[in-house]
Design a protein around this ligand. Structure first.
Ligand code: NAP
Ligand code: FE
Length: 379
């Protein structure tokens, strides 16, 4: 047996875990910058709990709450300028993948001078502000990955900064912050986590350890699907987009699954599915998780055609006997699909095959096969 495994983040999970484990913030510094989105952290209690824990530890803080979904490079530079101006010692990022990824880039840019040209080079000095992360969606697993994914207008796509420097020092996982997540975000982020785990199993870098984590994650998410579907029905019948019907236990399962899937992609990277999804998000504003979900089934079909044993390994974890069963399950979650034109397919396929993610694929599609996946995945 041979494998590599690295995940240096200290993780606390459980009710009130931030306040209860506030000592973990002590070694990070005396002045923090909270990095978050505009609204949700103020409503779901996470920002208050962070502020309470910081105050109890005698740590002062300022709040940068301007992170948008799919954060931009300028957001990272703006946040870093503020962190430098106020002499911040460390970053506490609260939110979904967007504030967490922005938090990582801010921590890096506040600690060293990096030009925009070199931002994605992977070559940095060994300096970064320490980070503590609080995920409030259950999808990206960014709290335990070394990636920060930013919207990159120069290449009209999303590009990742990948460096072991970006692993946060601490992550706090408390499901109560996710209880008010709208159903569509809940489903899309769960699909993102499922995609991470499945893509991890389909990666050339998969190992016994990453596969063990991936299997547990996939089982948890697949077992949650009946409740997710029920919640979707309730929300489509009622006026509210909130989900009263998803139990705290299910919320906890999803948060745990997303964390495990984060540890998977920290080892394996993602595949062509994420590479293709970036164009759907950049050009068509399709949520990140949903973009992956639209493409995942057709990619698994291609894997099945070229490497049936590998595809069957994934299907077996989900207790499916065919790829079509998997596609039917995804279709129920995804609902009506977006359209894509022939020109868009050409352009997005060219972009996808140039990404680093392609090198992770055990079954590496040709450009023609990527075009076919786009064609079959959208209307
Ligand atoms: P997100 O963009 O962080 O958040 C989506 C929306 O959900 C925002 O409007 C946010 O509102 C809201 N929200 C967050 N938590 C909430 C809560 N508890 N209750 C109610 N609303 C809440 O979405 P995401 O899917 O988590 O993250 C996507 C980003 O992560 C993409 O940029 C993707 O590329 C990246 N990603 C990173 C990794 C990695 O390894 N680093 C992996 C996969 C994906 P507010 O703005 O008000 O907070
Ligand atoms: Fe993702």
């Amino acid at each position: 047996m041979s494998f590599k495994y690295y995940m240096p983040t200290r993780v606390f999970m459980g009710n009130d875990c931030i306040v209860d484990n506030r000592e973990a913030l002590k070694s990070l510094g005396k002045k923090a910058m909270i990095v978050t989105g505009a609204h949700s952290a103020k409503i779901n209690g996470s920002e208050n709990d962070v502020k309470k824990a910081l105050s109890m530890m005698g740590i002062t803080y300022l709040v940068y709450d301007k992170v948008m979904s799919n954060p931009t490079i300028s957001c990272a530079y703006e946040g870093a300028a503020i962190a430098k101006e106020y002499g911040v010692d460390f970053i506490v990022a609260i939110g979904g993948g967007s504030p967490m990824d922005a938090g990582k880039a801010i921590a890096l840019l506040a600690a060293q001078e990096i030009t925009e040209e070199n931002l994605f080079s992977g070559v940095y000095e060994n300096k970064i502000l320490p980070m503590a992360f609080v995920p409030t969606t259950a999808g990206t697993g960014s709290e335990v990955t070394q990636y920060s994914i930013l919207t990159n207008d120069k290449v009209q796509s999303k590009t990742s900064i990948a460096s072991d420097l970006l692993f946060p020092q601490v992550a706090f996982l408390d499901e109560k912050y996710t209880e008010g997540l709208p159903i569509n975000t809940t489903v899309n982020t769960a699909i993102d986590a499922l995609s991470h785990a499945i893509e991890g199993m389909l990666s050339v870098r998969a190992s016994v350890v990453s596969n063990a984590l991936a299997k547990d994650c996939i089982e948890k998410i697949v077992n949650s699907i009946p409740e997710l579907q029920q919640a979707m029905q309730v929300s489509s019948l009622g006026k509210s987009n909130k989900i009263p019907v998803l139990s705290p236990e299910k919320r906890e399962d999803l948060l745990y699954a997303s964390f495990m899937a984060g540890m998977v992609i920290a080892q394996t990277g993602t595949t062509v599915v994420h590479a293709m999804g970036y164009s759907l998000t950049y050009f068509k504003d399709i949520d990140h998780g949903r973009a992956n979900g639209l493409l995942l089934g057709e990619y698994l079909k291609l894997v099945y055609e070229n490497n049936p044993d590998l595809a069957e390994k994934v299907l077996k974890v989900m207790k499916f006997t065919s790829v079509n069963q998997f596609i039917e399950m995804l279709d129920l979650l995804l609902g009506k699909k977006e359209t894509i034109s022939a020109l868009e397919i050409l352009e997005y396929s060219q972009k996808a095959i140039q990404t680093k993610n392609m090198g992770n694929c055990v079954v590496r599609p040709t450009e023609e096969e990527v075009r076919k996946i786009f064609q079959a995945s959208l209307d």
